[in-house]
Write a protein that binds this ligand. Structure first.
Ligand code: ADP
Ligand code: MN
Ligand code: MN
Ligand code: MN
Length: 339
């Protein structure tokens, strides 16, 4: 029997890369080999030198097709087998390797919004739903939109062997979150991209009230005005932080020294989300604090109480590249701790 391998990669679309995938039939017992694609169709190559190489980095059971079929997360290479310029994983893997003794763990909180056509799922055709307040972790058909998709996705992530650690309904109706981690980089980012792909793919099979298929958006500010944006809070710890509160504070201080660099690389449109309102700190000011959801970096109360643990970088956008976010955190925090 042959089986189906769905090859998934991150493309070169600017300013926010997109996921692409295509299927390949493999002989029973064969391992997923190196493959390739037409980079001129993905903003990754000129037409006269269009071949881009796909190198498998993580193979998991395909929870949608089932059976022996697999999903293959890949990284992109040039034909000389060096990383493609749009391959941000290579830099992440190099930083993780360089600072390997820090054993950095990441827990990524991916927020996202369901859309039905042009409006968020469950929103009225004209005007707005009741203001925010009752939707976060809500229950009931007047508050919750898309739960069957969320539950199907959560189970699919488990069946694929991803380290999904939970889901919750968010503050804006039609907005949700799932968490991946704690896992080391770059694997945590491989898993996040796979979980995003599964979410897009699973939502294709569901329709809203109007019969239009549901789409998923990682837009950082999907609805302007008094509606929460969507982020990708990045919780992380080093071995030292898991044993010392001082190391947690030192990590927060280190992030403060490179604030602009991080903001520039935490996702397009970040200024529209980090306004200082809606549980955010302004994009042009760095702050950290215990339990403070209005700070750039939050130290959970339990961490202060235990005197050790992890901290939460609340700045990354929902549309961030997790390879880049985790690389920067490793370089900034472990770099400072190595001085
Ligand atoms: P919030 O209260 O901000 O909504 P969540 O429960 O959504 O927090 O997410 C917290 C994340 O932090 C989870 O993904 C969890 O796995 C992760 N996490 C817990 N402990 C650690 C740790 N020591 N290092 C890194 N991440 C951690
Ligand atoms: Mn959360
Ligand atoms: Mn959240
Ligand atoms: Mn959070």
């Amino acid at each position: 029997m042959s089986y189906i391998a769905e090859y998934i990669w991150v493309d070169g679309t600017k300013p926010t890369a997109k996921l692409r995938s295509k299927a390949r039939i493999l002989d029973d017992g064969a391992e997923a080999p190196i493959w390739g694609f037409d980079g001129s169709s993905t903003n990754q190559a000129p037409g006269d030198a269009s071949d881009v190489v796909l190198k498998p980095v993580l193979v998991v059971p395909d929870p949608i097709r089932g059976g022996d079929n697999v999903l293959v997360m890949t990284e992109t290479l040039l034909t000389d087998m060096t990383p493609h310029p749009t391959n941000t994983r290579a830099g992440c893997a190099a930083a993780a390797e360089k600072y390997g003794k820090f054993d950095t763990w990441f827990g990524l909180e991916q927020e996202y919004t369901f859309f039905e056509g042009l409006k968020p799922l469950g929103w009225p055709d004209n005007g707005f739903p009741a203001p925010q307040g009752g939707y976060y972790c809500g229950v009931g058909a007047d508050e919750i939109f898309g739960r069957p998709i969320v539950d199907t996705h959560m189970q699919a992530c488990i069946d694929a062997g991803l380290h999904i650690s939970g889901i919750n309904a968010e503050v804006m109706p039609g907005q949700w979150e799932f968490q991946i981690g704690p896992v080391t980089a770059p694997r945590v980012a491989d898993e996040l991209w796979l979980a995003r792909w599964l979410l897009y793919r699973i939502a294709e099979d569901f329709t809203g009230d109007s019969g239009v298929a549901v789409s998923v958006k990682l837009a950082p500010k999907p609805v302007p005005g008094d509606w929460n944006g969507a982020g990708c809070h990045t919780n992380f710890s080093t071995k030292q932080m898991r044993g010392s509160f001082d190391a947690c504070i030192a990590a927060a201080e280190a992030l403060g020294t490179k604030h602009d660099l991080h903001i520039k690389n935490y996702g397009a449109g970040i200024e529209n989300r980090l306004t200082g309102a809606h549980e955010t700190a302004r994009y042009d000011k760095f702050s950290y604090g215990v339990s403070n959801r209005g700070a750039s970096v939050r130290i959970p109360w339990q961490v202060e109480k235990d005197g050790k643990g992890y901290i939460e970088d609340r700045r990354p956008n929902a549309n961030c590249d997790p390879y880049t976010v985790t690389r920067l955190i490793i370089e900034t925090v472990c770099g400072a701790a190595s001085k």
